[in-house]
Structure formats: structure tokens, C-alpha cells
Ligand binder design. Structure first.
Ligand SMILES: [Zn+2]
Length: 494
């Protein structure tokens, strides 16, 4: 062997590591080597951050000035604290030639040396913007502080950041620098925490449809005669259709102003949240935007219909009606509706607080809306509860429409966004009935509504007596009956 083998393989001639798999993925050699050295007290594992030297100066105008004055006699002299911050001059010519544009602003560059008072020059390079982005979030906690970058009390009170959202392009440099700054400031006792961000979400990109010819040129959609069968307007050849990141050069941008003008901001939000989980790329689709628009319109009509109904006006305070509701005395339909209402509260709360599964939360909103739509008696307190809950649950997703609807339900001037988040009534989640699947020889032949608490014997009886079973088992001998409580009954018959 002439050089170290770096691929995946089995360790040989390696003492205690003989036979261990090495390499990326399934390899354990690094962990085992560390464990061996630690057990023998010969060394210990550590994390290598690979933070390299970082040249922080730039020959640019935009950037924080480096607060240094160069003096022939004293060398590099820091600008006295009383003169900070150094601000950028406003009369600058941008020529694109030579050194930093600041170097040509004579009345800014030439200053007396703070140390000896003789003629000296300011540093004309500015700092890399990464230097600002590495700690800007700390300043947010104390943005009006004129005396210092921040006071530790305020920053320790507000930070670390609970949830950071950003593009994947920041996942390496910006985050590493921010962690480095935080750790330095912690070592200087200016912070009492170790990491700047507790949780990171890198959101996906919005993609839209593109049309490309065989030479790789993107075609303007307006030039294509039939978008269902796209062909090149000059050659007539079929075009390649694919979703790609929105870009002017690919002619697939969707101007936000156009979407807002046609559908409003709430529809745009609902579509974006519904189309994909936030960490995944999102394919822009006009039909789906339209779908969310229709959904919001339906919610609007249902809530307004209730708000202007006699039921709502008779119940002068909807809240009171809901509070005085006796769940055990509810009709079957009301129980079903309450189950839908509280199932939605539970699911949406979990989707928001958990892994930000906003797309499934929007699905739950649609399910609740369907349950409300299907409800026959739209005058009961259970119905009022479901309507008010729907508006509260939709508020984080479609804030404008939700608040407008709330003002139709409650005329006390209150804002939906100041209402308490709805609480789950666990008793409302318990089903009185379940859907029992009837199988004959393992094949599903039908379903049956049965009491939820029925035991195995009762389930078998319900199944035997069902029309489905009677029809399929006629003239046959039952050999065996398999009962899965809460789910199904399977008849084995010949
Ligand atoms: Zn000097």
C-alpha cells in the first residue's frame, strides 16, 4: 500500500480496531478510536469547527467603517471612543476604479491624529457585512441604546433566539460566525448563553414552471400558443417542461403584487403554507392558489351567514351560549360537530407548536369547514362554538379575513388576534360510535356504525346481524371469526 486508504472498508493492522468498519455512513472507526483513547486516558474527542482566518476588510463603500486612523508618527491609532461611531460620508463618487470609494473623499479621509494631533488619514476600507450579521440579533434586544452596543441584562432577558428562519445559503458562514461571536461575548461575560439560536428552520424555495427548448433556451410562456402542449414558437419542436427556482432569466417569476391584487394577501399566505411544509421547495401552481381562494370565500360565506342569522342575534353573547352548553345533553349531530371542532383544535395546535406542519394544519381547517358546512342545524350553541373556533384557528393563517369575520361575530370591537387560543375539550374527542369494517375471507365487504364501547362479543354479534354479512355468508359455513376491537370483524367461511 503506497498511501492511506480513505474509502469505506474494514480496518486491518489496527490493533483494537481490527474488523471495525471505517468510512462515511456506517463507519464506526472514529467513534471506536476516540472511545479507546478516552478509556486509556490517552486523549479525548473534540469538535473541530474549521473556522478559518477571515479577512474582514473590503474596498467598498457600504459597510461599517474600520475605526482606525493611520498616523505617520504613531502608527495605527484607534478612533477615540467619544468619536464613535465613525459615519460614512454622503458625497461620494462611485467610479468603480481604484481603491475604496472612500479614499477619494478628502475631507473625510484627512483628520488630525487622535494621539499627536498631526495630519493623519482614516482607514478607507470598510468591514465585511458578515461582521454586522454575526451579532445584529443581539442589538435588536436593545436597539435604542446610545451608550453601548447593548446591555447584558436586556440581551440575556430576550435571547437566545428561539427560532431562526433563513435560507440554506446562510447555514454555513453566517451561522458559524454568529456562534463564534456569541462564544467570544460569552467569554467576555457580556452574555450568559452559549449558542445564539436554539432552533433553525431553512425554508424551501419557491419554484415555478419553465419551458425550455433542446438548446437549453428558456421560452417566454406568453409566446407559447398552447401551454398544455408547449412547442417552440419558431421551430415548432416540443418544449421541455420543468419546475425551477423563480428567475427573470427563466421567465417563470410570479409577481407578488399581481397575486395580491387578484386574490389578496390571505389567499397568498394560505396557498404558500398549504402547498408544502416550510422546509421543502414549493411549486407555484395557479390552480392551487385558486383553490385556497375558493376555500376562504366559503369560510367567509359560512361565518357571515351565521353572524347575520337569527340564531346569532338571539344568542346576544355567543360566548355565553357556548359556556352554558351541556355536552352530555347534546344531539348526535352536535356531538359529531363538537368532535370535529375539538379534533381540529388538537391537530392544528400540535401542527403549529411541533414541527411547523402548516400544510397539514390548513388541511385540518378544511376538514372542520366541511363538518360545519355539512351540519344541518346551524342554530345550536355547538354550531356557534364551531364557527367561533374556526375563525380563531384560521387567524394565524389568514389574519385579515379572520379579524374581519370576528368583527361580524362580536361587535365589541375586540380583535381576533387578542383572543385566547381555543382549548381542547378531551371529552368531546371521544366517539360514541365507531365505523366497524366487515370482512369476508379478508376482503372488505362493507362497514357498520356500532357503539364505541362495544366488547368483542358484541362486535361479533353486530357483524353477524349486519346485512353485509347475511348477504355474503348465505349458504356458507362460518369456520372462524376474527375480531379486532375498534376496527374490524373478519369472517372465515366456506
Ligand atoms: Zn500621531
Amino acid at each position: 500500500m503506497e498511501m492511506a486508504y480513505t474509502g469505506t472498508g474494514v480496518m486491518v493492522d489496527s490493533g483494537p480496531l481490527n474488523g471495525v468498519i471505517a468510512g462515511k455512513g456506517k463507519g464506526e472507526s472514529v467513534e471506536k478510536a476516540i472511545a479507546y483513547l478516552e478509556a486509556k486516558a490517552l486523549g479525548q474527542g473534540t469538535t473541530n469547527y474549521r473556522l478559518r482566518d477571515w479577512l474582514v476588510s473590503r474596498q467598498r463603500y457600504w459597510g461599517a467603517p474600520i475605526p482606525i486612523i493611520h498616523c505617520e508618527h504613531c502608527g495605527a491609532v484607534p478612533v477615540p471612543e467619544a468619536d464613535l461611531p465613525v459615519t460614512l460620508p454622503e458625497s461620494v463618487a462611485f467610479t468603480g476604479k481604484g481603491a475604496s470609494p472612500l479614499a477619494k473623499v478628502a475631507d473625510w479621509v484627512n483628520v488630525p491624529c487622535p494621539s499627536c494631533g498631526k495630519a493623519a488619514q482614516r482607514e478607507t476600507d470598510t468591514m465585511d457585512t458578515f461582521l454586522d450579521s454575526s451579532w445584529y440579533f443581539l442589538r435588536y434586544a436593545d436597539a435604542n441604546n446610545e451608550a453601548a452596543v447593548f446591555t447584558p441584562e436586556r440581551v440575556n432577558d430576550w435571547l437566545p433566539v428561539d427560532q431562526y428562519v433563513g435560507g440554506i445559503e446562510h447555514a454555513i458562514l453566517h451561522l458559524l460566525y454568529s456562534r463564534f461571536f456569541t462564544k467570544v461575548l460569552r467569554d467576555r461575560h457580556l452574555l450568559n448563553f452559549d449558542e445564539p439560536f436554539q432552533r433553525l428552520l431553512t425554508q424551501g424555495m419557491v419554484q415555478a414552471i419553465t419551458y425550455k427548448n433542446s438548446e437549453g433556451q428558456f421560452i417566454v410562456p406568453d409566446d407559447i400558443a398552447d401551454l398544455n402542449h408547449p412547442t417552440d414558437p419558431t421551430t415548432g419542436e416540443a418544449l421541455q417542461v420543468s419546475y425551477e427556482k423563480m428567475s427573470k432569466s427563466k421567465f417563470n417569476g410570479v409577481p407578488p403584487a399581481q397575486v395580491l391584487a387578484k386574490y389578496g394577501a390571505d389567499t397568498a399566505r394560505m396557498f404558500i403554507l398549504f402547498k408544502a411544509p416550510p422546509e421543502k421547495d414549493l411549486e407555484w401552481d395557479d390552480a392551487d392558489v385558486e383553490g385556497q381562494y375558493r376555500f376562504l370565500n366559503r369560510v367567509w360565506r359560512m361565518v357571515i351567514a351565521f353572524a347575520t342569522s337569527e340564531a346569532a342575534s338571539a344568542v346576544s353573547a355567543i360566548d355565553t351560549a357556548i359556556d352554558t352548553m351541556v355536552p352530555s345533553e347534546l344531539s348526535k349531530a352536535d356531538k359529531t360537530l363538537r368532535r370535529a371542532t375539538h379534533t381540529a383544535i388538537k391537530a392544528i395546535t400540535e401542527d403549529i407548536e411541533g414541527d411547523y406542519q402548516f400544510n397539514t394544519a390548513v388541511s385540518e381547517l378544511m376538514k372542520l369547514s366541511n363538518a360545519i358546512y355539512d351540519c344541518v342545524d346551524k342554530t345550536t350553541p355547538a354550531f356557534a362554538e364551531s364557527i367561533c373556533t374556526l375563525v380563531k384557528l384560521i387567524a394565524p393563517f389568514a389574519p385579515h379575513i379572520a379579524d374581519e369575520l370576528w368583527s361580524h361575530l362580536f361587535t365589541d370591537g375586540a380583535c381576533v388576534h387578542q383572543q385566547a387560543w381555543p382549548q381542547v375539550d378531551e371529552t368531546a374527542l371521544v366517539a360514541d360510535e365507531i365505523t366497524l369494517v366487515i370482512q369476508i375471507m379478508g376482503k372488505t365487504r362493507g362497514t357498520l356504525q356500532v357503539p364505541a364501547g362495544a366488547d368483542k362479543a358484541a362486535l361479533e354479534r353486530y357483524a353477524r346481524e349486519s346485512q353485509v354479512a347475511q348477504r355474503y355468508l348465505e349458504g356458507k359455513e362460518i369456520k372462524k371469526i376474527i375480531v379486532v376491537p375498534g376496527k374490524l370483524v373478519n369472517f372465515v367461511a366456506v
